[in-house]
Design a protein. Structure first.
Length: 285
């Protein structure tokens, strides 16, 4: 396992510990508030119940982030809509668990349609609210931690290079081309063992996965900000979640109307349909 994978595992483990700590606090607060008629139960019962619900809910709702990220890349649908659909889907098993735990240790009875819908609605409110809370925390953390880099004029005395705004979702992204400038400042964010050949950038929620010829590393950075740190690497934004270095393209893969670029290390970068003509005009495909 390379250092990039090790660092990512450490970050993931730290995030899980922090998230579960937050969920524990939320569970305790809900236990004292006693929403949805639970205040009539003893405090000890409420503490056990709500903290358990918080942890189980985290296990069910948290993987939805992975689902949303993959659908966002594959379908190019609006992320807020994907999140609503994902929360609605995750609420189904969570509502079943909440209903069932209310009857333990006795036998669980089947709810009426009205009871099932009511239980689903309450769970959707709590689960959706907590999911929105975590999303807001991650967004604020990204804004606070990701500082805009210095202008290229400040790097080795090179002139400013304007990087245009990213194109709309359905418009060609020829603007994603990075003009020649200085050596990639983005390399300073990567472990030395990943080398100096950046072949692609892949957006993963609030992070960018920087792919090099020797490995990859997650960087807390927006894709558009990472592109401004690419220096003189020639490349194009092939998809709203991907930027690819021209020299890294080994093959063009086609499956019907879908086009992907095969890069080193068996990496495959998607090409949005709006960008196929752009890449064709640029001589990539």
């Amino acid at each position: 396992m390379d250092s990039g994978e090790s660092n990512q595992r450490n970050k993931t483990a730290r995030k899980i510990v922090i998230d579960l700590s937050i969920m524990t606090v939320i569970g305790i607060v809900l236990a004292f508030v006693g929403p949805f008629g639970s205040f009539a139960e003893p405090l000890a019962y409420r503490l056990v119940s709500w903290v358990s619900f918080a942890w189980i809910g985290y296990a069910i709702y948290s993987p939805m982030s992975w689902v949303v990220d993959r659908l966002y890349v594959a379908l190019e649908l609006p992320r807020p809509g994907l999140w609503v659909a994902a929360v609605a889907l995750a609420t189904i098993p969570m509502a079943v668990i909440v209903w069932s735990m209310g009857f333990l240790p006795g036998p669980v009875r089947m709810p009426t349609l009205e009871q099932a819908l009511t239980s689903y609605f309450y769970v959707f409110l709590v689960g959706g609210g907590i999911t929105a809370f975590f999303y807001m925390l991650e967004t604020r953390s990204t804004i606070a931690e990701v500082q805009p880099g210095p202008k290229l004029a400040d790097v080795e005395g090179t002139p400013n290079v304007a990087i245009p705004e990213l194109a709309p979702n359905d418009a060609p992204m020829a603007q994603g081309t990075v003009e020649p400038a200085s050596s990639p400042r983005l390399l300073g964010r990567l472990p030395a063992e990943l080398g100096s050949e950046i072949i692609a950038l892949e957006m993963e929620d609030h992070y960018v996965r920087v792919h090099t010829a020797l490995g990859s590393e997650l960087v807390l950075l927006r894709l558009r900000d990472a592109m401004t740190e690419l220096g003189g690497i020639e490349g194009l934004q092939t998809h709203r979640s991907w930027w690819v270095a021209r020299g890294a393209v080994e093959d063009v893969l086609r499956e019907g109307r879908n086009v992907r670029l095969k890069l080193a290390r068996d990496i495959e970068a998607p090409v949005s349909r709006a960008n196929i003509s752009v890449l064709r005009d640029a001589g990539w495909i």
